[in-house]
Design a protein around this ligand. Sequence first.
Ligand code: CTP
Length: 404
Amino acid sequence: MPPTRPRVVLGVAGGIAAYKAVELLRQLTETGHDVRVVPTAAALEFVGAPTWAALSGHPATDSPWADVDEVPHVRIGQGADLLVVAPATADLMARAAHGLADDLLTGTLLTVRCPVVMAPAMHTEMWEHPATQANVATLRARGVLVLEPAVGRLTGADSGKGRLPDPEQIAHVVRRVLARGGLPLDLAGRRVVVSAGGTREHLDPVRYLGNRSSGRQGHALARAAVARGAEVVLVTASGLPAPAGADVVRVVSAEDLRAAVHAAAPGADAVVMAAAVADYRPVERLDHKRKRGDGGRTVELVENPDVLAELVAARSPGQVLVGFAAETGDAGASVLEHGRAKLARKGCDLLVVNEVGGEGHPTGFEGDDNAAVVLGADGSETAVPLGSKDALADAVWDLVAARL
Ligand code: CTP
């Protein structure tokens, strides 16, 4: 028998971002989810029922009065593994927070027992209004995963906070929440900082010293923390798309990364340094392209500060600090021996040690998969077998959550 497809209810409220929910629907059906769309009447002003019905393979109506013999506002909710509302408007969240049930979507929101994710989208003023913020707080207190909106272009010429995150990134959150099978949001109320990617140390406007870190593991960590309810700051040197719900700070060099991490770390419950920070930078960055023969073949380097060591020195009580160590092992010591020595040297709580290699190596860098051993300052050793970077991310947060 083929495995049953996860059943997702996609609620669509009446905002201009409803058109992006079409792409979210597509993403979810393409990755094996059985999606039933429940639009509001206002959503149907933006995107018509035939679009939702054709792409989902199910009827799409806002009315609890259609097919009454099937009691749709109860049946749709009872059959769902997850309900995601995207976009969630200020009005929809107000109605949900107050338990109104004046259409099929709000009725369904009252009957579901599965995890509920909301991706708000609205103008900055509406998002920041105390009424909206109070409704968001109520929904979060009841266990709804309300994502922070993205910052960027809004309807019309203005921009600010309130944009719907990229549909593909919302689909990632849906998959991560489903993968945890309705487990509680154990990082709700926590603020975490994650660094990701390989820094670039510029020699001149066109050349830099860099490394092979893709940023995928760090972005997976940010995504996983969002899906567990945390407020997430992602400081990334990678060009990967911004994970839904995370506050993303883009950086280039180790110095930029250091400044952004130190700005975000005070008061954070955990900081995970997944970034591959360059140990050295050129003494001088030329403002013009270095020509062949300019200054010979030697580049003078200066050491970068160790950000993780600085975090350890400045840590607030109870803050959990996590380092990463990509190791190859050598004649003198194995991967794990290097890891244990590094954990002692750095003084962090957890060190995620993974073996990396060149092209075709199954773990680390550009691939989708990773395996690691997480060493604890308390002497613990947790082996995480080869699996997705998302799975390793959840294993790291399990260990962090246990220490918080
Ligand atoms: N790290 C950091 N600042 C640096 C270098 C590294 O915060 N300037 C952090 C990384 O983000 C990672 C951990 O320290 O979490 C280990 O990084 P790694 O490059 O393996 O450490 P190094 O001390 O540079 O050790 P090695 O001698 O093996 O390069």
